[in-house]
Unconditional design. Structure first.
Lengths: 291, 632
């Protein structure tokens, strides 16, 4: 007769996080909205084919109906097709900018946090200094210096959005570096780059992933703001901010279809990324996770 | 136009584009255009006016108050009719000063941009000595508000004061062009109380000198103003030293808005109104009828209130609610013209005195742009891609409120040639393609059109254009209003169909005129191929001296054509008063720029206000003649 206890099932932290995430209805709705919008913007044009390069002045500012479910804009472009095209650029810029900002911020924060001392002090004072300059001010100046393309706008936004992630990751690294596994790696002779790449960044990944979602939302808003102020993409490209700006020009003509649909998409996508970000933070942080 | 005058015109154009661009809406505005098969046609596309001028009606009665909306940003104001560049605008000149101080020669005459003999203080000038001597005879009976006559000495006083102002600093007069008035006047002498004789340095075309130079002259009350301090003695303004002291005193007083309405200095006027109130915090000002006015029509309206606004929307809301007697209607509100009419307003518009275009840069060596744009057939092909009637009809562009324009003179100009309304290169993409193919280009619609037959022969691409050359141009448009974006995009879209790559991007107006301007910023000539911002304002005699002549300091795109130079010289220095017609005709076909429609400037006024049609026909020129108005 053996006296062994039945094997206890161990659930991994990631599985718990996924379970917690799946239980958050807003998060699921957020993911659904993001997926639908991505399909709408990238697969939509394959099903709903419209002319988005050659303008049609004769058919400008037509209200929704008939051949144009969401009407036409000032150039005679089909608004539904235009939203799809604009959405492609807005989502691409949002994602690229978020990745760039997160990559720079993660590396910067990790180095500062790990090295510590004077170097950390100098690096973080630089961050504080840059944070004291209004984000929009810097981005607008940079945007006037370059031609507006998806890549250039992503780089500009990414290059000036890494300050937040840098602070977050540094704080996480300060906590991690005092843990035993970092000390063990140091004792075993691991170099600082190896500690950063193999130990610190993977363990700070939760914070990084959560931050990416918020960064995407922020970047989409930022590029829309640039577009609204006239520094967005130029013909034949377009993003949602430029569309909104053009729509406002025709507000008094009652052209509501130039504002509400694209504005709605913008609100939806930003809201969805924030839902997802909130839920991810709750799921990954064990202190916030539902039990 | 030239030099500083071009800069002034640029600034005026900037203000003008804030003003007008009103449009009608077939659907909601109900004023212009018709609908055929669901598509708005050019029913009024290209029409020279927006709506009709109402006939004079009602019984004139004396008294009453008229509330007029100022243009947002119209100030700051300046009193002395020698306006420094920093203060210069159509509003300061035409809607403020000219109500108080009348020019020697008035323009326009109703809707026609020409000298108006009835409202001028002098008889038409007489030219002699091979057009080097000008004799000006003042009309009898004109007096200052203190009863003293407007005399030849007052004209000479203006010229002496102007010379003193310019000697001090060239920026002291916004209308200054080096070499032109008053530099071209050797002497100005009052040969009698009513006669002034000007000796000129060179022979000038009488028509040009009258319409473009003498219209700047504003007689000033020498017997009141020729002093160096408020209580100082009257000085001999013929002495340059005295003239400078007088100018210094008057200039200082002109920069003090708080005393505009109270300083007795400014109460001596010869116009139909005098300033009765000026609020320095808001720029609100009011004018009272000058009971002693001796012009052809005594003012009937007792008070004019010029109300300031910070935005077009605020202005329009006040208009609709009936709190304003008259105001301009900007493009964003034209769809509500029907609403205005229902509220009891007359609405009328016409093109301003000027022309609109896409500027071409003939010095942009990037990717051989200069060589490409230097070819007339390329410019012709590009002009064939501009659908002026379509742009005018489009609700997203001019919305019916613009006139087709293919030259430097509006159709209403007495100098416009008979062919002025005809497009030399009408919208015709097929013709554009044919032109390129006939000159050795392989046209690839949607792709990259390339030169296949380099050389200078008639069927070859042209000098400096190598085999395999593509046509890549950039076009910078003014960021506001949105109309510039729509027009630029439509043009780029048409060009793309012909394999011509035009990249468009917005820039602010000040950036464009400071940087994308070859004479002003030659180092940046390689950065831009084309630009558009709203056009130029022109002078009554619409010669392009300084603007399209090879050495013109205001030749933004560095256009150069020997024949144009010769014709412009004839317009300014020749003896033929109609010389400018040949210049206009040549420029229209040689395409120093690509012609765009000229937007209408639209005004709305209450139907309780009436007067002769001519007194309202001049509104689109931003000129007010309220002495002819009356409340019914």
């Amino acid at each position: 007769m053996t006296d062994t206890a039945p094997p206890q099932q161990v659930t991994s932290g990631w599985r718990l996080a996924v379970r917690s995430f799946a239980q958050n209805r807003l998060a699921v709705a957020g993911v659904g909205i993001i997926v639908l919008l991505i399909l709408f913007c990238f697969a939509g044009p394959l099903l709903y084919v419209t002319e988005q390069v050659a303008v049609d002045p004769v058919n400008s500012l037509l209200p929704p109906g008939g051949d144009y479910p969401l009407g036409t804009d000032a150039q005679g472009f089909d608004v539904l097709g235009r939203i799809m095209r604009g959405g492609q650029a807005s989502l691409q810029i949002g994602l690229f900018a978020a990745l760039i900002a997160t990559a720079i911020g993660t590396l910067y924060g990790t180095i500062a946090g790990l090295i510590g001392g004077v170097v950390d002090g100098i690096m973080m004072r630089l961050v504080d200094t840059l944070l004291s300059i209004p984000f929009l001010f810097i981005v607008l100046i940079a945007a006037t210096q370059f031609s507006s393309t998806v890549l250039s706008l992503s780089l500009i936004l990414g290059a000036f959005s890494w300050l937040g992630p840098a602070r977050l990751v540094r704080a996480e690294v300060l906590s991690l570096r005092s843990r035993g596994f970092v000390a063990a790696a140091t004792v075993m002779g691991a170099t600082k780059p190896r500690i950063i790449v193999r130990h610190l960044i993977p363990n700070a990944l939760g914070v990084v992933i959560v931050n990416i979602t918020f960064q995407v939302a922020d970047a989409i808003i930022a590029v829309s703001l640039l577009g609204f102020l006239g520094f967005g993409l130029n013909y034949p490209d377009v993003e949602w901010g430029t569309q909104l700006s053009d729509g406002v020009s025709h507000l008094f003509e009652g052209a509501w279809w130039l504002i509400y649909p694209v504005g709605g998409c913008l609100v939806l996508v930003v809201m969805a990324f924030n839902f997802v970000g909130d839920a991810l933070r709750d799921s990954i942080d064990v202190r916030l996770r539902r039990r | 136009m030239s030099g500083a005058r071009t800069r002034r015109a640029l600034a005026a154009a900037a203000l003008a584009t804030l003003l007008p661009l009103a449009a009608c809406s077939g659907g909601s505005g109900g004023d212009g255009g018709t609908r055929t098969g669901g598509t708005k046609t050019a029913g009024t596309a290209g029409a020279q006016t927006f709506g009709e001028l109402p006939a004079q009606s009602g019984t004139p009665k004396d008294g009453g108050t008229v509330d007029i909306a100022q243009q947002p940003g119209a100030g700051p104001y300046y009193m002395l009719p020698i306006v420094p560049g920093a203060f210069n605008s159509a509003y300061v000149t035409y809607q403020f000063q000219r109500l108080m101080y009348r020019p020697l020669y008035w323009f326009p005459e109703g809707a026609s941009p020409k000298v108006n003999p009835a409202l001028s203080l002098a008889e038409p000038p007489e030219f002699a000595d091979g057009n080097k001597t000008v004799t000006i005879r003042l009309k009898p009976g004109y007096t200052w508000s203190d009863g003293s006559p407007v005399e030849a000495g007052d004209v000479v006083f203006f010229i002496n004061l102007l010379k003193a102002a310019l000697k001090k600093n060239a920026s002291n007069w916004g209308g200054y062009t080096p070499g032109q008035f008053p530099d071209n006047v050797t002497s100005a002498t009052a040969t009698s109380a009513s006669t002034v004789t000007l000796k000129l340095k060179d022979a000038y075309n009488p028509e040009w000198f009258t319409a473009d130079e003498l219209t700047y002259v504003v007689p000033l009350p020498a017997k009141k103003w020729a002093r160096a301090s408020a209580d100082g003695p009257i000085l001999d303004h013929g002495s340059p030293k005295n003239a400078e002291a007088i100018y210094t005193y008057l200039d200082k007083a002109s920069r003090d808005p708080a005393s505009f309405a109270t300083d007795p200095l400014w109460q001596t006027v010869n116009g139909p109104y005098r300033l009765s109130g000026f609020d320095v915090t808001t720029n609100f000002y009011s004018m009272a009828a000058n009971e002693a006015y001796t012009g052809p029509q005594k003012p009937r309206i007792k008070t004019l209130n010029f109300r300031p606004f910070t935005s077009e929307t605020a202005k329009f809301n006040q208009l609709v609610s009936g709190n304003l007697t008259m105001a301009t209607v900007d493009q964003t509100h034209v769809s509500q013209v029907r609403q205005l009419k229902a509220a009891g307003y007359h609405v009328y518009g016409a093109p301003r005195l000027g022309f609109n275009f896409i500027m071409l840069n003939f010095k942009d060596t990037t990717d051989n742009v200069d060589k490409i744009l230097g070819q007339l057939y390329v410019r012709q092909a590009l002009q064939h891609l501009i659908d002026q009637p379509g742009y005018i009809a489009s609700k997203g562009m001019y919305n019916g409120a613009a006139a087709e324009s293919y030259g430097t003179a509006p159709a209403s100009s007495p100098y416009a040639p008979g062919s002025g309304a005809t497009a030399p290169y009408p919208y015709d993409p097929a013709a554009a393609r044919k032109l390129l193919e006939e000159h050795g280009w392989k046209v690839v619609p949607g792709g990259a059109t390339t030169c296949e037959r380099p050389g200078t022969g008639p069927a070859e691409c042209g000098a400096g254009i190598p085999q395999g050359q593509t046509i890549k141009l950039n076009l910078f448009y003014r960021s506001e209003p949105q109309l510039h974006s729509a027009v630029s995009t439509a043009f780029a879209s048409e060009a793309r169909k012909l394999g011509i790559a035009i990249s468009v991007a917005p820039k602010t107006f000040s950036f464009l005129i400071q940087n994308y301007n070859v004479p002003a910023a030659p180092s940046k000539a390689g950065e831009w191929a084309m630009s558009t911002w709203g056009g130029f304002s022109t002078t009554p005699y619409p010669t392009m001296t300084g603007t399209f002549d090879s050495k013109g300091s205001g030749n933004v795109g560095a256009y150069s054509d020997p024949k144009a130079d010769e014709l412009i010289r004839a317009s300014v220095h020749g003896d033929d008063r109609e010389a400018v017609q040949a210049e206009i005709e040549h420029l229209s076909k040689d395409l120093p720029v690509l012609w765009l429609p000229t937007a209408h400037t639209i005004w709305a006024w209450k139907d309780t206000l009436s007067g002769p049609q001519e007194a309202f026909a001049n509104l689109p020129s931003s000129v007010l003649t309220p002495e002819y108005w009356y409340l019914k």
